[in-house]
Design a binder for this molecule. Structure first.
Ligand code: S3P
Length: 178
């Protein structure tokens, strides 16, 4: 949990692949007139390489190191932003420590069926290539406690986007007011 003094900084969306962090994050940022940044996009723009290419050529651990550096930089920015943190970013203990200090962390959740459907589009998720349902189920089991460790609030993201966006904005305001 964050202290009241630091809460109003970034709004960080965490959660599993396909839960809607980027789509919702863009809308939240627009409504609040804040910049939006997606950690995967930042990895791509810094390295000039696709996420899938980094996984295939250098391996997952190399990707995780870049991801942790990117998250450190995004979270240390002094401009209050909306940040979509890629699903695996919480695997880093250092990133989790930074998340707890950097703003309000929103854990977006949806059942695996929804994640399977939503991840069937896009190419930046090489880990899901073979058996998305089994992989997502296992990942969620492995990561649940990590998401829970850093989250200030949890939001059900199966609802229509507009209502997820307004629930997030309202909930963040409530957390900030505490
Ligand atoms: C991953 C999530 C992806 C991307 C990569 C690995 C993960 O980002 O970083 O495929 O391990 O959960 P999104 O959560 O934005 O899909």
């Amino acid at each position: 949990m964050n202290t009241a003094a630091t809460r109003s900084a970034h709004i960080v969306l965490i959660g599993m692949m396909g839960v809607g962090k980027s789509t919702v994050g863009r809308r939240v940022a627009k409504e609040l007139s804040r910049p939006f940044v997606d950690s995967d996009d930042e990895v791509v723009s810094r390295t000039g390489r696709a996420v899938s290419e980094i996984f295939a050529t250098d391996g997952e651990q190399a990707f995780r190191r870049i991801e942790a550096e990117v998250m450190a930089d995004l979270l240390s920015s002094s401009t209050p932003s909306v940040i979509a943190a890629a699903g695996g970013s919480v695997l880093s203990a250092e990133t989790r420590a930074r998340l707890r200090k950097s703003g309000t962390v929103v854990w977006m959740r949806a059942p695996v069926d929804v994640l399977v459907d939503r991840t069937s589009r896009g190419t930046h998720r090489p880990a899901l290539a073979d058996d998305p349902r089994t992989t997502l189920t296992q990942m969620e089991t492995d990561r649940e406690s990590l998401y829970g460790e850093v989250a200030d609030l949890t939001v059900d993201s199966t609802a229509p986007i507009a209502s997820v966006v307004s629930v997030i904005i309202r909930s963040v305001n409530e957390v900030d007011a505490q």
